[in-house]
Design a protein around this ligand. Structure first.
Ligand SMILES: [Zn+2]
Length: 826
């Protein structure tokens, strides 16, 4: 009596099958159309064009910046050259200095005044940075100490109290002694927070240079107390009476405010997070320091015979051709040095050409090693990679610092240009990580054990190698590709975080690097604490993930998923080449990457850089379709066959188990035609319909295509996707077939161009190739936030997925690298 079950149990199912078959027929006829028309609706008034061209948002191209993203044919930039004499008073922790600054106006504009940056004024208690410092907010640069962040108004950290005390106890900020022309004429100046306007007696015409002198002094901040990008660190426990200091000197001289074609003077106050917008120039700097100090500095040492011993000079020569770091000052010599004191002073003179800034470090605690890195054919064919560290840096620094510098240059130069300067230095001090031309400050150290030995943890090792790569990488971006850090942190930190993660994985793929891959950014991209990447640096919430992690993730996706390595690397290199020693804007970057890779990426820049959408593509349903032969003798038995898997009606089955009699079986004489045959019995009407269908295929190609499709009996699937995160992205599919084979498929993001919320896609596989499983983004390469809706059929998601979504924020590695990205250290 199975036929009764067929008839009664299958009506609804049969109707559904019928619908799908109709769809199959449409799909068959419309196979040339990639979008499956039925069921995908845009809601009127709710339309979002995520592929709209970005030119509506970007500034118009002009003679200074052209439409291809390259410098225009009338590109110009100013030049600022400095000759500085500086004296370091170790006991008073004070800098006194005199500078002669030559400013060349290459712009087409006549300038009535000059603006200078007085960054030390950020530490004045009446600075905008101090007076607008909010309590308990996120990204409160300089407030968090020891990784603590305070959102509880009832709690005040000791670090905050110490900071307040330090600002009260010390007069921080610039003391400007005099400002005058080279001929001695005093110049009128006006100080506005961290800026100073110098009025020129004669307007500075295009092509002209003005030289002027500034005398100044300032008290060096204690870095541990105020959290800054420079400062001193005191070591009270050193054997020398009174202890020793490490001095890291940066933002230590009045610097020219940038004057650019897109903003004129850049009068944006220094608030702490937004770093520096600077001009290139040549430097000749002499620092007078205690005569037992070692100085590391931007530039090349111009008077080695006056400050180094013959032995040290010989060691430097040896190091320049060595294949491993050579000590110039050994750790033993440094430890001996830090026990005694100076006999007077020494003056170290450094020169640097075409740099955007100048920083230095000084201490009697420094050991110093060096290794020549060779770049055949480059302007600087040998670059001296050098590290300076106190005994607290120990083996960690001896093993990894200079090696990481060399590794960085090898990797970064592949993506950009030869390392552009003669030295690359890494200095250990109180700053967690900060970059300047040719010199970087890096914080990780060893831990002193109770037995007097020093060890380091894996996280300190990861932090040191990672931070050296990152900070030395900054010598490319933005020290050479001079992007505007005050406006757009992502342009240097994002590109640099991307490249530092590339370099990290090329150093050792098994190290627990964090934060820069797409999968690392999911918690941030799904959080509420965010603003678009294209937000001015000081207004960004969560600077680390916003300006470091998210753009890095975006570049990994562009490189490995959207554009492909060869073309992406070519485009990034072209950007670096075009803007080396020049000042690019975001538009120049976006346009160059598109033009050099030959890819329209407006949708990508729009989604990733101008919105806070995240990636979450859901695979909602898969319908399998079969082409009907239309021949009732084939189709109807096949449909009957397909229904055998359907369960019986529960009530009917229970009746059977109960042994209840069935009338028609008890009374066989009552049955008629309909009881003898089911709905799948071929009737003359069916046969006639088939004949008229074949006749309707009146064009020869129709019959050909139909016969071939029937003969091939391919597998047709319609996959329905919805975009739950908002970002339009390529749909990457991992396909598994019944025969055990797998296939990866990449559908470009343009599939979303007519409907950014829902799309359907028809996939066709030959007979015998039956889909059993489909996974969206099987390799986690797009930062897809919800893995659960990626699987079809759905799967139980193992708990490790949750683990990766919520990284342990208390782990040392996580905390250190997050601290590095919080703004206090960059
Ligand atoms: Zn950085």
């Amino acid at each position: 009596m199975t036929k009764t079950r067929f008839r009664t149990g299958s009506l609804k199912q049969a109707a559904k099958e019928h619908t799908l078959r109709l769809i199959a027929c449409i799909a068959f006829l419309l196979m040339a159309s990639p979008v499956f028309a039925q069921g995908v609706q845009q809601t009127k008034g709710d339309f979002q064009d995520k592929f709209r061209q970005l030119d509506e948002v970007l500034p118009d191209p002009n003679v200074y910046r052209n439409a291809s993203g390259a410098p225009g044919h009338q590109y110009w930039q100013q030049k600022a050259d400095y000759r500085i004499n500086a004296q370091l008073d170790e006991d008073k922790r004070r800098i006194t200095a005199q500078a002669t600054i030559s400013y060349t106006n290459n712009s087409p504009d006549t300038l009535p005044w000059i603006w200078m940056q007085l960054d030390q004024n950020i530490f004045r208690r009446d600075s905008i940075a101090e007076t607008t410092r909010t309590f308990g907010g996120s990204s409160s640069n300089g407030v968090g100490v020891s990784g603590a962040r305070f959102n509880d108004p009832a709690r005040l950290s000791l670090g905050q109290i110490r900071r307040q005390q330090s600002l009260v106890d010390n007069n921080y900020g610039y003391e400007i002694g005099s400002v005058r022309l080279s001929n001695g004429t005093a110049l009128k100046y006006t100080i506005v927070g961290t800026l100073m306007r110098i009025d020129l007696p004669t307007q500075l015409a295009p092509g002209r240079t003005v030289s002027f002198k500034i005398d100044w002094a300032y008290n060096i901040v204690e870095e541990d107390a105020v959290r800054a990008r420079s400062g001193y660190e005191h070591f009270p426990d050193d054997p020398r009476p009174g202890g020793n200091d490490i001095f890291l000197l940066a933002q230590w001289f009045p610097r020219l405010v940038a004057y650019s074609d897109y903003e004129g003077w850049h009068n944006k106050e220094f608030l702490g997070s937004g770093e520096f917008t600077l001009e290139f120039g040549d430097y000749d700097v002499t620092m007078t320091v205690p005569d037992d100090h070692i100085v590391s500095s931007t530039g090349v040492l111009a008077n080695p015979a006056e400050v180094l011993t013959a032995t040290q000079r010989q060691r430097l020569r040896t190091a320049s051709t060595a294949n491993a770091p050579v000590f110039i000052v050994t750790p033993e010599e440094a430890e001996a040095n830090e026990r005694t004191g100076p006999n007077g002073t020494k003056s170290w003179r450094f020169t640097a050409q075409n740099v955007r800034d100048f920083a230095w470090a000084s201490s009697r605690k420094f050991a110093w090693d060096a290794q020549g890195h060779r770049q055949p054919g480059a302007k600087n064919s040998t670059v001296m990679a050098m590290s300076f560290w106190p005994k607290e840096g120990g083996e960690l620094w001896r093993k990894y610092s200079t090696a990481a510098i060399v590794h960085t240059m090898k990797v970064y130069s592949r993506f950009s240009f030869d390392y552009p300067y003669p030295t690359a230095q890494s200095v250990n001090g109180p700053v967690g990580g900060m970059e300047y031309p040719m010199i970087t400050f890096n914080g990780p150290r060893t831990t002193l054990n109770e037995d007097g030995t020093r060890t380091y943890s894996l996280s300190e090792k990861v932090f040191l190698i990672g931070v050296v790569i990152h900070e030395v990488g900054h010598i490319y971006f933005p020290m050479t590709v001079n992007s505007d850090e005050r406006q757009w942190t992502w342009m240097d930190e994002g590109i640099n975080s991307f490249l530092d993660s590339v370099a990290g994985y090329e150093w050792d793929p098994d190290m627990p690097w964090t934060r820069s891959l797409p999968r690392d950014l999911i918690p941030y991209m799904t959080s509420n604490q965010q603003v678009p990447i294209m937000t001015q640096s000081d207004s960004v919430l969560n600077l680390g993930p916003n300006a470091y992690g998210k753009p890095s993730a975006a570049f990994h996706i562009l490189r490995d998923t959207v554009i492909g390595r060869e073309r992406f690397d070519f485009a990034l290199k072209e950007y670096a080449r075009r803007w080396k020693y020049k000042r690019p804007t975001p538009a120049d970057f976006f346009r160059t990457i598109e033009e050099a890779s030959g890819t329209d990426l407006d949708w990508f820049w729009r989604g990733w850089f101008y919105t806070t959408d995240h990636v979450d593509i859901s695979l909602d349903t898969i319908h399998r379709l079969r082409i009907d032969t239309a021949n009732p003798d084939i189709d109807l038995p096949r449909r009957r066959q397909e229904l055998t898997g359907e369960p019986a009606k529960v009530g009917v089955e229970l009746n059977r188990q109960q042994g209840l009699p069935i009338w028609v079986l008890e009374n066989p004489g009552i049955t008629d035609f309909y009881d003898q045959n089911d709905q799948f019995t071929v009737t003359p009407k069916d046969s006639k319909k088939y004949d008229s269908f074949l006749e309707s295929l009146d064009e020869p190609w129709m019959r050909q295509a139909f016969d071939r499709a029937v003969a091939e009996d391919a597998n047709y699937y319609v996959l329905s996707f919805s975009n739950k995160g908002g970002l339009v992205m390529p749909i990457i599919l991992g396909l598994t077939f019944a025969d055990g084979s797998t296939e990866k498929m990449n559908i470009p993001a343009e599939i979303w161009r007519r409907n950014s919320r829902q799309v359907r896609k028809l996939l066709v596989f030959p007979k015998g190739k039956e889909l059993t499983q489909v996974v969206v983004d099987p390799d986690w390469e797009t930062a897809d936030a919800d893995i659960a809706n990626n699987h079809y059929p759905r799967q139980i998601i193992p708990s490790r997925i949750e683990a990766f979504k919520s990284p342990d924020r208390n782990s040392r590695v996580g905390r250190d690298l997050m601290a590095e990205s919080q703004g206090a250290q960059e």
